[in-house]
Every structure is written in C-alpha cells, then in structure tokens.
Ligand binder design. Sequence first.
Ligand SMILES: [Zn+2]
Ligand SMILES: [Zn+2]
Ligand SMILES: [Zn+2]
Length: 262
Amino acid sequence: MKVTLQTLGSGTSQGVPAIGCHCDTCRSEDPRDQRLRPSVLISANDSNILIDTSSDFRSQMLRFGITHIDAVLYTHHHFDHIGGFDDLRQYNFLQKTAMKLYGMEETLEEIRVTFRYAFGAAKQTGGGLPSAQLHPVRGEQAFDVAGISVMPVPVLHGVLPILGYRIGNLAYITDTNEVPASSMQLLEGLDILVLDALRHHAHPTHFSLNEAIDTARKIGAKKTYFTHIAHNIMHQRDSVLLPPDMEFSYDGMLVTSPLETA
Ligand SMILES: [Zn+2]
Ligand SMILES: [Zn+2]
Ligand SMILES: [Zn+2]
C-alpha cells in the first residue's frame, strides 16, 4: 500500500514564531522555521485521514487545500492537538455526514468535556455545531478506517499514556518521551517514522533532540523526520547535527512509503 504523509504543522504548542519572541528562529525568513501547531494528513487508497485537529486547523486546511477528510485520529487531548475541532463542521457541511473521530476513550471524553456544547441532548439543530461520531480505540488493537488498517501505538507523554499511529510502513509519534518495549515491536520494519523532538535541552514530557535521535536509532526506520519542534531549533543551522537518515519536518513536507528510490 502506498501511504503519503503531509506535514500540516511541525511546531510545538505555541507555534513558531512564538508571539513576542525575537530569537533567531522566530525572526528567520526560512519558511521551514515557521511552524504551525502539530498535525499531519495521511493519504492512502484515495482516503484522507487527519491526525489531530490542531489549533491552526482552519489555516492548515486552507493553506493545503484539503477539501475532504474521511476520519480524524487523535493522539491525545492537549489543546494544540484538538483546538480546531469546531471547524470540522465545515466538513460536515461539505460531506453531509458526521465526522468519524478515533482516539483513546480518555481522549474522546476530554474532547466531549472541552467542547461540551457539541455533544448531548440539548444540541440544537440547524447548523453552527460540529457533528462527530466517537470511536474509542485501544493501543495495540488494529482497526479499519475508510478501508485502511491503522495500528495504535501506545507511548508515554510524561505520565500520560497517549497514542501514536502506524499505517502501512509509516508511523507518526508525537508528544512523547518514552516508547515502551512492547510498542517498539509495533514499529519494526518502518520505512518512515515521524517522531517528537521538541528542543535541544531536556523536557519532562517530550524528547529532546538527542533523546529523539537515540530512540529513532533503536526503532531503525529507513527515514526519520522530527516534529513538534520549538523555536530553540533552527532548521538549517541544526540540520548538521542530524545523522544522514534523519531530518527535521517542516510545514508542507510530503513523504511517501514505500520510499521512492532515485
Ligand atoms: Zn503537543
Ligand atoms: Zn523565538
Ligand atoms: Zn501534549
């Protein structure tokens, strides 16, 4: 199966540039240093699967011309990953159906609480509200979305258990500082891995760049792309620190598995 991943946002929770910051990255004119909040679109067999509805969802859909979404897979409930939920209603309107949302039961419950106006008996009809069908999933139990098999990969984000996702030989794992041994097995034989690498120095809930490089080496994908990047990392300047099979993601980046060989 040919699987394509487009990075819609490669930035950390406050985005890059950060409001009011005058550091080198935030003033950089390199478009790869301008990072929207974290989200990717995965396309396979003519289906479009979105991972997370970021706080920059609307801008991302407009910028990348995404007019159809078959389903959304949620990694976890932090606001940078769910903030765009309300704008799914435009896809309800375009597709004339509720949007299918997949995530851990705990994640879906947090979405229900955060956007409680959109759920429950008091829901008004006649537009203005997003309409969603919630599908709880569990780690290590593959499920089908729009005819595509998806494997949820449990990881730890500090003390919070969250999910990465593997589709074919491509996996997206954001917001983590620990990939448990049982999940390492789910990541064998990858062509492409997208992995959290927040910044140079340590963080209690995200991989630093060196930790991400070590973990990527253990997972051993043919190509690894780092994401959820803070302004502490500058694309061109810091790319020299990366092994040849690893790169920083950037907004708009497209990668395809199986890898296209020149
Ligand atoms: Zn995040
Ligand atoms: Zn900055
Ligand atoms: Zn998070």
